[in-house]
Design a protein around this ligand. Structure first.
Ligand code: AMP
Length: 575
């Protein structure tokens, strides 16, 4: 196995990555780093997120940067602002001992003025989303005339998001004497076309997935409003009466809060986090190993040492900050020849993160349907019946006490006895689920306010209606719209009603985020069309309602027509 020194990296970079804890190169780094250091080659790499590709292209980019030349020399294109920021941060970490390499990220949905200011101060490496970079080029603020290295990261995603024209325009501003590197998780035909168009004899490398999800694990995702996460967790725990697993939280505080709430609500759980003494940890772990605790609420760090083989469930109450950590969590179930379920409870904003996880595990998540109160109560009762049927009765042990029990209960018949047993065991659950209205994953609980909103067409005060120039004919659906918002707006945004028409749509967003959503979406293109979004005018909303009404009327008229014509044909056939 090679070391980083063997790959030809300079000492400043070696010390930076060693400080980051990188000990040995990952496969993509072992292949790509020496190849890129050797000369200005072109490269097409099939590599998933989490394989170490940022360092694979980033370290050679940095090593080739001439600090005294105060002009952009390298350009990294990324599909989303999150990835853009992440790459820029990684490059800054790697370059910290190089002394004065300026890395400037530019992306949509944030102030362009600040980015212009940063670019004017001088950038050696620009990391950019295509739409914003094109804006800056057009304004004369991004000078790519000295760029010698171009990286297209997650190229397949950039194509999916309709950035191809932007990429073409950007590459037209970069000298053709350059090295072009393309990283992609999949290889659709368009990637081949892109490499034919822009690359000279690129070397093609394929890096296998580093973290395959275990075949014996099912991955299930429940998408709910943030406020419904805890209710969802309880329903899942109730639906699996024999659950034995770990609930992962992001922080100590969240671990503490969730475990306390669950204990208060009568669940058999305990918490494991960094604030416990070694003795307390051992105590909790022992009880968990002995199945005296059904659910352990833990942070990733605290759960590191847990070596239990028969966990039925892993619950991601919060997704981990690093996508890869998901595979460590889910890999704790489905062990030793058993099957397991790894559950993610997410809010709408996190749908994009599930996609990233799917890429790493190489599997699709099943869409979880939140069990209804009725289903939960039934499942629990049948579990009790099952236990009653299967219990091994130790005659000797109970022989002595049984006569007095019989005599005490002799006034109750069998039905009455069963009724009381069920009530005793399930009164907490039945009471709770009588109060707690059912709700669906993805289709959030419809409150009375929402219902009023649907009929009146009025957005509630905290929401604004936006008009978007894309509709069903452009392949838009609610999921895609949410993904577009996820990609372009970094903060949590609540989306309300979405009405899709053939060529446009009207949707609600939480008012204080409406501006960011407009700015974010305006950075995108879809099917070559510039996306236009703005506050919906009263006229647009009125027209939207009118069209809906017309469609509804047309549907019911056509239903009537169909039934009339059906009768007529029958009559004719009888003749
Ligand atoms: P990437 O595919 O670039 O997103 O990298 C995935 C993760 O692996 C990031 O958290 C990197 O910091 C980390 N990483 C990259 N290279 C190495 C390495 N050689 N050793 C350990 N961790 C690494």
């Amino acid at each position: 196995m090679k070391t980083f020194e063997d790959l030809g990296l300079m000492p400043e970079l070696l010390s930076a990555i060693s400080e980051l804890g990188y000990e040995t190169p990952m496969p993509v780094q072992e292949e790509v780093i020496p190849y890129l250091l050797e000369a200005d080659h072109d490269l097409v790499a099939l590599a998933q997120t989490g394989t170490g590709k940022t360092a694979a292209f980033g370290l050679p980019l940095l090593q080739k940067t001439v600090i005294s030349e105060n002009k952009p020399q390298a350009l990294v294109l990324s599909p989303t602002r999150e990835l853009c920021i992440q790459i820029a941060e990684d490059l800054r970490e790697y370059s910290k001992h190089l002394g004065g390499v300026h890395i400037v990220p530019v992306y949509g949905g944030a102030s362009i003025r600040n980015q212009i200011y940063e670019l004017r101060r001088g950038a050696h490496i620009i990391v950019a989303t295509p739409g914003r970079l094109l804006d800056l080029i057009r304004k004369g603020e991004a000078d790519l005339s000295c760029v010698r290295q171009v990286v297209m990261d997650e190229a397949d995603e950039m194509l999916n998001m309709g950035f191809i024209e932007d990429i073409n325009s950007i590459l037209a501003s970069v000298p053709s004497e350059r090295s072009t590197m393309l990283f992609s998780a999949t290889m659709p035909e368009e990637i081949g076309e892109l490499s034919l168009k822009y690359m000279k004899q690129p070397r093609e490398i394929v890096i296998g997935r580093r973290n395959e999800g275990t075949a014996s694990v099912r991955h299930v995702c429940y998408t709910v409003h943030a406020k419904d996460k805890y209710r969802t967790l309880k329903r899942i725990a109730d639906f699996y009466p024999r659950i034995y697993g770990i609930i992962f939280c992001r922080t100590k505080a969240e671990t503490q809060e969730i475990s306390e709430r669950l204990i208060r609500d009568g669940y058999n759980v305990d918490a494991l986090h960094g604030d416990l003494s070694q003795q307390q940890r051992d105590y909790v772990m022992n009880r968990f190993r002995l199945h005296n605790i059904q659910l352990l609420v833990a942070t990733d760090v605290a759960a590191r040492g847990i070596d239990v083989d028969d966990l039925t469930h892993i619950i991601n109450y919060s997704l981990p900050d690093e996508t890869e950590v998901y595979t460590h969590r889910s890999g704790r179930t489905g062990r030793a020849g058993k099957t397991g379920i790894s559950i993610a409870i997410i809010n709408m904003k996190e749908v994009g993160r599930i996609k990233a996880i799917e890429k790493i595990i190489g599997k699709k998540f099943e869409i979880g349907k939140i069990p209804s109160g009725n289903e939960i109560c039934k499942k629990q009762i049948f579990n009790l019946i099952d236990r009653i049927e299967k219990v091994e009765v130790n005659e000797d042990e109970v022989a002595e006490i049984l006569p007095s029990v019989y005599s005490r209960l002799q006034w109750l018949d069998k039905e009455e006895l069963v009724k009381r047993l069920v009530s005793l065991e399930f009164s907490r659950l039945i009471d709770y689920y009588q109060e707690d209205e059912d709700f669906d994953a993805g289709n959030h609980t419809e409150t009375r306010k929402d219902r009023v909103r649907k009929t009146s067409g009025q957005a509630p005060e905290s929401f604004s209606k936006l008009f978007l120039n894309l509709g069903k004919m452009d392949g838009l659906n609610p999921q895609k719209l949410l993904m577009m918002v996820n990609r372009t707006v970094p903060d949590d945004v609540e989306i309300g009603r979405i009405d899709l028409f053939s060529r446009h749509s009207v949707f609600e967003v939480q008012s204080d985020m409406a501006r960011s959503v407009i700015d974010g979406l305006m950075t995108l293109k879809r099917n070559g069309r510039q996306i236009k979004v703005d506050y919906a005018t009263e006229e647009q909303v009125a027209r939207q309602l009118e069209r809906k009404k017309q469609r509804k009327d047309a549907r019911s008229a056509s239903r009537k027509d169909r039934s009339v014509s059906g009768k007529a044909t029958q009559g004719a056939a009888r003749k």
